[in-house]
Design a protein around this ligand. Structure first.
Ligand SMILES: Cc1cc2nc3c(=O)[nH]c(=O)nc-3n(C[C@H](O)[C@H](O)[C@H](O)COP(=O)(O)O)c2cc1C
Length: 185
């Protein structure tokens, strides 16, 4: 797939087939992720990959309960209180991108890796979605312990992956709003 086509086609996918994401595909995505630029070439990203179904469901349950305790938005609370709402949408894989240590650019660096991963997923016909709702839990002591995330790693981007059940139509974007500063013509 052309890069610009992948950029246009990538959409948050929230409905997945149960089929596993194989090692070779995941390996290709992780190698795409690490091609991202990073401040002073620090390459601070580390990855936790979860494919064990029972573990995905447990993280989803605990992250949801954790978030519900903090959530201020009434709209989001309605979702979180719904017993049928799975924060990972039953996706068969989760990749948590974490920074190896606190740095002023860790969010930028790991977000760029996450975007590479999501675009590479799109190229392979996989769906993906960044799950911000799980971030607080993954950074908590309980979340770190459950996933075996080392003390010095800071989880930044939890990305779910899987084969989409259906094509997701994009809702389009507003036109770029730009203040141009050019040479006079
Ligand atoms: C930082 C971040 C956090 C997000 N958190 C969630 C989330 O917790 N749950 C969810 O369903 N989608 C989440 N999304 C996906 C966005 O809702 C989605 O990207 C946005 O609505 C635009 O839609 P598109 O990706 O299909 O173009 C998140 C996206 C980003 C970048």
């Amino acid at each position: 797939m052309e890069l610009l086509e992948a950029i246009r086609q990538r959409r948050a996918v929230r409905d997945y087939l149960p089929d596993a994401v194989d090692d070779i595909t995941l390996d290709a995505l992780l190698h795409a992720a690490v091609q991202a630029p990073s401040a002073v070439d620090s390459q601070p990203w580390r990855f936790v990959v979860v494919r064990r179904r029972a573990m995905l469901d447990r993280i989803a349950r605990e992250a949801k309960a954790w978030r519900l305790r903090l959530e201020q938005s009434a709209e989001l609370r309605v979702h979180l209180e719904n017993p049928g709402f799975h924060v990972f949408y039953n996706a068969p894989a989760l990749v948590v991108i974490a920074a190896v240590q606190e740095s002023p650019w860790m969010v930028e660096d790991c977000s760029l890796a996450a975007q590479n991963l999501m675009l590479a997923a799109c190229d392979k016909g996989l769906g993906s979605c960044w799950i911000g709702l799980a971030q607080d839990y993954l950074r908590s002591h309980a979340g770190r312990e459950l996933l075996g995330i080392p003390e010095q790693w800071v989880p930044v981007a939890p990305i779910i992956l899987g084969w989409p059940r259906a094509h997701v139509e994009g809702h389009g974007r507003r036109e770029p709003q730009v203040r141009w500063i050019d040479e006079p013509r």
